[in-house]
Design a protein around this ligand. Sequence first.
Ligand code: HEC
Length: 136
Amino acid sequence: MSHMKKLFGILFVAGLVAGSAVAQNDEVQTRIEPVGSTCMQGEECAAAPAPAVAAGPKSGKDVYTGFCTTCHGAGVMGAPKFGTAADWAPRTSKGKDTLYTHAISGFNAMPPKGMCAACSDDEIKAAVDYMVDGSK
Ligand code: HEC
C-alpha cells in the first residue's frame, strides 16, 4: 500500500510541475522566441526553420512570405504581382470581401488558401490585406 502512496505522490508532483509549466508557457515562449539566437554557432538548430507551432496567428506578412509569394511575387500564371498597383487595381475594385472569398475558396488558377491548408481564414485575409496594402 505504501508503494501506491508513493506512486500517487509522484503523480501529484508531476501534475504540479506540468501545471506550472503550462502557466509559464507564455513567458517561456517569448523568452525563446528568437529561436536562431539561442543556438550556438555551428549547432544544427541554427539552420532549423522556426517551429510550425507558432504562438498565436500568423501575420499577413508571414503567410505571404511563406505561401503567396511563390506566385504573387513574380506574377506566375497571371497572378496579380505584389507591389504592382496596376495588377491590383482591377482586383480591389471588386471589393475586399470578394478578394477574401477568392483567396479562401480559390479562383481560376488561384488555389484555395494559396495552398496554405493550415492557414485559418483570418490568416488568409491578413495575407490579402498585406498584398493589397503593399501594392498601392
Ligand atoms: C499557385 C500559385 C498561387 C499561389 C501560391 C497564390 N496565388 Fe493568389 N492568385 C494566383 C493566380 C494565378 C491568380 C489570378 C487568378 C485569376 O484572376 O484568374 C491569383 C489571384 C489572387 C487574388 C485576386 C482574386 C480576385 O478575385 O481577383 C487574391 C486576393 C489572391 N490571389 C490571394 C492569394 C493569397 C492570400 C495567397 C497566399 C495565401 C495566394 N493568393 C497564393 C495564384 C496563386
